[in-house]
Design a protein around this ligand. Structure first.
Ligand SMILES: O=P(O)(O)OC[C@H]1O[C@H](OP(=O)(O)OP(=O)(O)O)[C@H](O)[C@@H]1O
Ligand SMILES: O=c1cc[nH]c(=O)[nH]1
Ligand SMILES: [Mg+2]
Length: 209
């Protein structure tokens, strides 16, 4: 079964509170999402493999640690996932970025895929699927199926906020995928919004409401 990690670092929790607040406007919302994405990336990359490298300090030759060059790919789910990409790239600047375009039909809550463009070597990469919201789980589930169909083997999912329903779907459908969350909320409402949540992440990021 995939693991679920709630990243409860105080800075992440503090900033999430401002992100949730309906009084927070687009500019501040965008900046906070970017910051939390960076902090989450710091936690998610905690177990990246290191290797020794011999270098000379001004004092002596020594063996020091460098990342072992594992290839990483970020896959934001459009639109709202875009708001987290730059934050993650601040810590992993060499990552390649693929895009999966999906929207959730407001009536059926079923995901509709409208775009996909991925690095050609996704099968060699450790992929991080990025979306602020994991609600029914339909969108992330579809995106992960799409990636696997195209050869991806190593996938993690990173979301700001999830509902238990969405987490269950991913655990059931993709037991190989670890899930990293800023918060695990209470439930979904009758329209499929996360409660307490933050509202519509895409609309709040891009000012489209
Ligand atoms: O888990 P689910 O029930 O599928 O819901 C979550 C999806 O809903 C939101 O996207 P939305 O459909 O609003 O598209 P947008 O990012 O273009 O606003 C969100 O960013 C997720 O992709
Ligand atoms: O609460 C929710 C659920 C789906 N999509 C969002 O943007 N917010
Ligand atoms: Mg939206």
């Amino acid at each position: 079964m995939g693991n679920v990690f709630v990243l409860d670092h105080p800075l992440i929790q503090h900033k999430l509170t401002y992100i949730r607040n309906k009084e927070t406007g687009t500019k501040e919302f965008r900046e906070l999402v970017d910051e939390v994405a960076m902090l989450m990336a710091f936690e998610i990359t905690r177990n990246l493999p290191l290797q020794d490298k011999t270098i000379e300090t001004p004092v002596v030759e020594t063996k020091a640690k460098v990342l072992s060059g594992k290839k990483i790919g970020l896959v934001p789910i459009l639109r709202a996932g875009l708001g987290m990409v730059d934050g993650v790239l601040k810590l992993i600047p060499a990552a390649k970025v693929g895009h999966v375009g999906l929207y959730r039909d407001p009536e059926t809550l079923q995901p509709v895929e409208y775009y996909i463009k991925l690095p050609s070597d996704i099968n060699e990469r450790e992929l991080i699927v990025i979306d602020p919201m994991l609600a029914t789980g339909g969108s992330a589930n579809d995106a992960i199926h799409s990636l696997k169909k195209r050869g991806a083997e190593n996938i993690r999912l990173m979301c700001l906020i999830a509902a238990p329903e969405g987490v269950e779907v991913i655990k059931e459908e993709h037991p190989d995928v670890d899930i990293y969350l800023g918060a695990l909320d209470e439930k979904l409402d009758e329209k499929g919004y996360i409660v307490p949540g933050l509202g519509d992440a895409g609309d709040r990021l891009f000012g489209t409401k």
